[in-house]
Write a new protein. Structure first.
Lengths: 560, 253
């Protein structure tokens, strides 16, 4: 066993697994950070038990989390979860492993670029983690890094954040180019566009989003880096006075510009998180209903519309920056329009269940739960997307609940579904079903106990990102008591992830051995024959009338 | 009119301004739409999970659902959103940002945000704000107000205390000295980012008297959680008396 062989392999499967392992580790790190946040929110100012010594005396003297450290935890939780956890898992791991297999390609189009993309990602992640050990600690200006706060933040944490982001973005750009080229050029003979599995479509559109949206933040990060290191004032207006002192900077910049550049990335980024998850859910649902996806073509069109529209909704994050009627009407309208293709995809997935013969396997449970959880996340986006109702809800816990429903019991559930579903393809063994079901049920309950009360708190007016959870404010008093059960559920969620971790490692060695296509699936990744593949049919030919089995793989020649 | 039960369920703060009812109405309508869609989808979801489980339905149908009624539902969602936008959200927003009352008929006040306090600046009896200059900023003069300016002599400044009279429009000229803050009066349904270099006016007409808190809604540093101020909506006579008492403080050496 030579581990170096795996670290330097250009095989897309090995790179996918590297991405998968690394991003799961980062998800765990991001989760640990939020455990400390949840402790602080439930028991503000009380020493963190058991692990107080690990937090560092400068961050948490006597185990009591300082506000500076709380802001580090918040900023780095968001950054790590989004940029180092979910996206690399959804795109880097699932995309790299499955896209070439599902399109019958020998590998990605540019295997070395693929490896480079992983190492840029790993370097970016290492820089982010290292920043915790700097004097002054990691970035503490929110994952959005709004200027001037981030421009003027003391210490080097924010600089490291910018540097880390440059690496991560570079990695994404290399990956995106690779995916687009691979999907356009390397499809197996017979695999026409409308025979592509929906997952491949989702990855294809995601790659365009990464390619076109990330450069805005790349540029913005460079500009902010100049502001911090070279004395420029891209995001610093004239006339700033900090702590009672007129600030000695050139000025003349625009703080609002950062927000535009950030959200021009930030909103497509939301769809980078969501689209691959939709793709995974679609694959798992088709397989476990034993019937084709309902409205496959419409779903494909919807993914494209989502992709395009995701570039013209960014300023709905900025309604309260001083927007006039015309601009706010534009962004409200595009936001309402973008809800339609999302509704179409979600409806199609639910309607796909109709007439099926549903197997409640562990991956299917996660994929099914994804639907209503994602639904709650999507629906609660409506009052935030209307500028009028955004006034009371903006920057409250309602927003936190909204996007966590999309990403945590939404996207991450779909990612879990994918792991349980494709684990036998990777290892030739099944993951344990009992442990999987405990993991599912525990996670589902805990997630809802954590995130549902956030809507109640947000409607009452409790703001996010508060060190004491809003304990200072009179209007928060009626809903603060939710914080204790929410935090206990967060600790419970951590407990139930142990079942997953144990299951994952145990099943690699001791899982039940299975044949090459244990789920009786139709798509190409389950064809492990060595002969070059040819595609003869649609991606989801399940329960075809008159066929000999209830699935007819894409690589099976039509019967004469 | 029958009170909307949704408003009660949502548990919003007291509606204390003239436009609060408009905002809350949209809030209730959106949540009705969300509730109907969620319950509808959930019922269908539960039905298909039971009806089409493997035991009850061993052989799947290749075609699945037939009929176009899902398009009708999607069309219905679109129509509901168009109504919400065109008849509710955009008009209410327009009334917030386009229909500013005249300054003559309003209480006009400057609010300057800084880490981690709200500086409030009243023009005084002359109705004119005095000149400010960042070089004059100091511990005793957080606004950098130039008291030698004639317009500044009668200006009243407070920290973290905003008083306004009831039933008269209030125009707040909002700005920030340092970071992005967000000026929030939950009971007035007012929230406006205070961005340095981008001063913004915001207005509302308080209709309820009471004493509440100003909140900061935008992460502005380590003290963000305690960037709390106070505001009081008073009867006109009480407000006038308060102004007089603040002016008297000014006269003291």
């Amino acid at each position: 066993m030579a581990p170096l062989k795996y670290l330097y392999s250009t095989d897309h499967k090995v790179i996918g697994l590297l991405y998968g392992f690394t991003s799961l580790c980062f998800l765990l790190v991001g989760f640990v950070l939020v455990i400390v946040i949840r402790w602080q929110l439930a028991f503000p100012g009380q020493p963190v038990p058991y692990v107080a010594g690990l937090l560092g005396a400068a961050n948490a003297p006597g185990g009591i989390v300082l506000p500076e450290f709380y802001n580090q935890l918040g900023a780095m939780h968001g950054t790590i979860m989004v940029f180092l956890g979910v996206v690399p898992l959804a795109v880097g791991a699932f995309g790299n492993y499955l896209v070439p297999l599902q399109i019958g390609a020998p590998d990605m189009a540019f295997p070395r670029l693929n490896l480079a993309s992983y190492w840029f990602y790993a370097a970016g992640g290492a820089i982010m983690l290292a920043s915790f050990f700097l004097p002054g600690g990691a970035a503490n200006n929110g994952w959005t890094s709004y200027a001037p706060l981030s421009d003027l933040a003391p210490g080097h944490g924010q600089t490291f954040w910018l540097l880390g982001m440059l690496f991560i973005i570079f990695s994404s750009l290399l990956g995106a180019l690779n995916f687009i080229t691979t999907i356009v050029q390397l499809r197996a003979p017979g695999l026409t566009w409308f025979r592509l599995p929906f997952f491949v479509w989702a990855q294809f559109v995601t790659a365009f989003l990464l390619l076109l949206a990330f450069p805005a933040l790349q540029a913005a990060a460079l500009l902010q880096g100049m502001d911090r290191l070279a004395g420029s004032s891209f995001f610093l207006p004239s006339g700033l006075a900090v702590s009672g002192q007129a600030l000695d900077v050139a000025g003349g910049g625009n703080a609002l510009l950062w927000q535009h550049l950030f959200w021009f990335l930030g909103h497509p980024e939301v769809y980078v998180l969501i689209l691959p998850a939709m793709g995974i859910a679609a694959e798992v649902i088709a397989n476990n209903t034993r019937k084709p996806l309902w409205g496959y073509r419409v779903m494909v069109y919807s993914v494209f519309v989502l992709g395009f529209l995701s570039f013209v909704v960014w300023a709905h994050h900025m309604f309260l920056t001083g927007m006039g009627t015309a601009i706010s009407a534009f962004f409200q309208t595009t936001t309402m329009i973008i809800s339609i293709p999302s509704v179409v995809i979600l409806s199609s997935l639910i309607l796909s269940l109709y007439g099926g013969s549903i197997r409640f396997t562990t991956p299917m449970l996660f994929a099914l739960a994804f639907l209503p959880m994602f639904g709650i996340g999507g629906l609660t986006g409506l009052p935030l997307g209307l500028a009028t109702t955004d006034i009371p809800l903006h920057d409250t816990n309602y927003v936190v609940g909204h996007f966590h429903y999309l990403v945590a019991p939404g996207t991450i559930f779909a990612l879990f579904a994918g792991i349980y579903h494709w684990f036998p393809r990777i290892t030739g063994r099944m993951m344990n079903d009992v442990l999987g079901r405990i993991h599912f049920a525990g996670s589902l309950i805990c997630m809802n106990v954590i995130f549902l009360p956030m809507f109640v708190q947000g409607l009452a007016g409790v703001n996010r990102r508060l060190w004491d959870g809003g304990a200072e404010y009179a209007h928060a008093q009626g809903v603060l008591h939710f914080n204790v059960p929410m935090s206990i559920a967060a600790f419970g969620l951590a407990f139930f992830q142990l079942f997953f971790i144990v299951n994952l490692f145990m099943s690699i060695r001791y899982g039940r051995r299975v044949d090459t296509n244990p789920w009786e699936a139709t798509t190409l990744e389950w064809n492990t024959g060595t002969a070059p593949v040819r595609v003869y049919r649609d991606p989801y030919d399940y329960s075809v009338p008159g066929a000999k089995a209830d699935f007819t793989p894409q690589y099976e020649r039509a019967e004469a | 009119m029958i009170p909307d039960p949704m408003l009660e369920w949502l548990g919003l703060p007291v509606a204390g301004s003239a436009h609060a009812a408009d905002v809350d109405r949209v809030m209730a309508l959106v949540h009705w739409l969300m509730l109907v869609l969620f319950v509808g989808w959930s019922l269908f979801f539960a039905y298909v999970l039971v009806r089409f489980r493997r035991k009850a339905h061993p052989a799947a149908s290749h075609h699945g659902l037939r009929g176009r009624w899902s398009s009708w539902i999607e069309g219905g969602v679109l129509a509901a959103e168009v109504v919400l936008l065109a008849f509710f959200s955009i008009p209410v927003w327009s009334s917030r940002v386009d229909a500013f009352p005249s300054e003559r008929a309003s209480t006009v006040v400057r609010v300057v945000a800084e880490q981690f306090a709200w500086n409030v600046h009243y023009p005084g009896p002359d109705g004119r704000f005095g000149r400010t200059d960042i070089t004059l900023i100091g511990p005793a003069n957080p606004l950098g107000l130039d008291r030698s300016d004639p317009a500044a002599r009668d200006d009243i400044t407070t920290i973290n205390q905003l008083n306004v009279p009831v039933n008269r429009p209030v125009i707040v000229h909002l700005s920030s000295k340092d970071m992005v803050h967000s000026f929030t009066l939950p009971q007035m349904r007012v929230k406006q980012d205070a961005i340095p270099g981008v001063p913004q006016p915001v207005w509302f007409t308080p209709t309820e008297t009471g004493e509440w808190e100003i909140a900061c809604s935008q992460l502005c540093g380590l003290g963000h959680y305690r960037m709390r101020g106070f505001y009081a909506v008073q009867r006109q006579a009480d407000f006038d008396a308060w102004l007089v008492s603040e002016a008297a403080l000014l006269a003291e050496p």
